[in-house]
Unconditional design. Structure first.
Ligand SMILES: N[C@@H](CCC(=O)N[C@@H](CS)C(=O)NCC(=O)O)C(=O)O
Length: 206
């Protein structure tokens, strides 16, 4: 059984979406981030960085327990453990990695920066926040162009890259819709949103 330390942010939902889609059983330990539960000693023993998501799998590689952090690493771990959503063609697999890393770095990093500028930064600046919103829309625009004539981010089937990106799209749906356009991204997101595993993962902990 996997213990998952979780809060309902895009990074956390990536993992619940991946676990649900991969059919992996897990025990959810919900952390109240606003209440500072990520700084409690019992969680710091799991991830000294005090960041969720984090997992402890008592049946890791070689049957040994493993602790893992970073949502991207956990999603890929889930895909490899279940043998699902990992492209077999090496060229498709590296392209899945490419788009997974775009979600994990460019999109997640910028989206997280917007959250900090709007919520936790000591000073607010509309101009700086708008700058990062424009940057985030540029990254989503790159995905939109890539999805023209394609159903999935890599190859002709759903891969771990799609599981990575969807919660970021959902978190910034209002910004994307207000900007208008993004027809290919919106089509892809509608297909993702209709999947029972994605729905269950997005609702986890609610
Ligand atoms: N790159 C990491 C980011 C993890 C992260 O920043 N988690 C945030 C919530 S989305 C967190 O735990 N924040 C608690 C804090 O900053 O105290 C990942 O993808 O897992």
């Amino acid at each position: 059984m996997i213990d998952l330390y979780f809060a309902p942010t895009a990074n956390g939902q990536r993992v619940t979406v991946a676990f649900e889609e991969c059919g992996i059983a897990y025990r959810l330990h919900k952390l109240n981030l606003a209440g500072g539960e990520q700084h409690r000693p019992e969680f710091l023993r799991v991830n000294p960085a005090g960041l969720m998501p984090a997992i402890v799998d008592d049946d890791g590689p070689g049957g040994k327990p493993i602790t893992l952090t970073q949502s991207a690493a956990i999603v890929i771990y889930a895909a490899e453990k279940s043998g699902r959503f990992v492209p077999t063609d090496p060229a498709v697999r590296v392209h899945a990695l490419q788009w997974a890393m775009q979600a994990a770095s460019d999109i997640s990093g910028t989206s997280g920066t917007i959250f900090r500028l709007e919520v936790t930064a000591p000073e607010k600046s509309l101009a700086i926040t708008d700058y990062f919103k424009g940057r985030l829309l540029t990254f989503f625009g790159d995905v939109d162009r890539h999805l023209e004539g394609r159903a999935w981010l890599a190859g002709d089937a759903l891969s771990f890259a799609d599981l990575m990106l969807y919660p970021n799209f959902a978190a910034r749906r209002a910004l994307i819709e207000a900007a208008g356009g993004f027809p290919n991204l919106q089509r892809w997101a509608a297909v993702m949103a209709a999947r029972p595993g994605v729905q269950k993962g997005m609702a986890a902990g609610g």
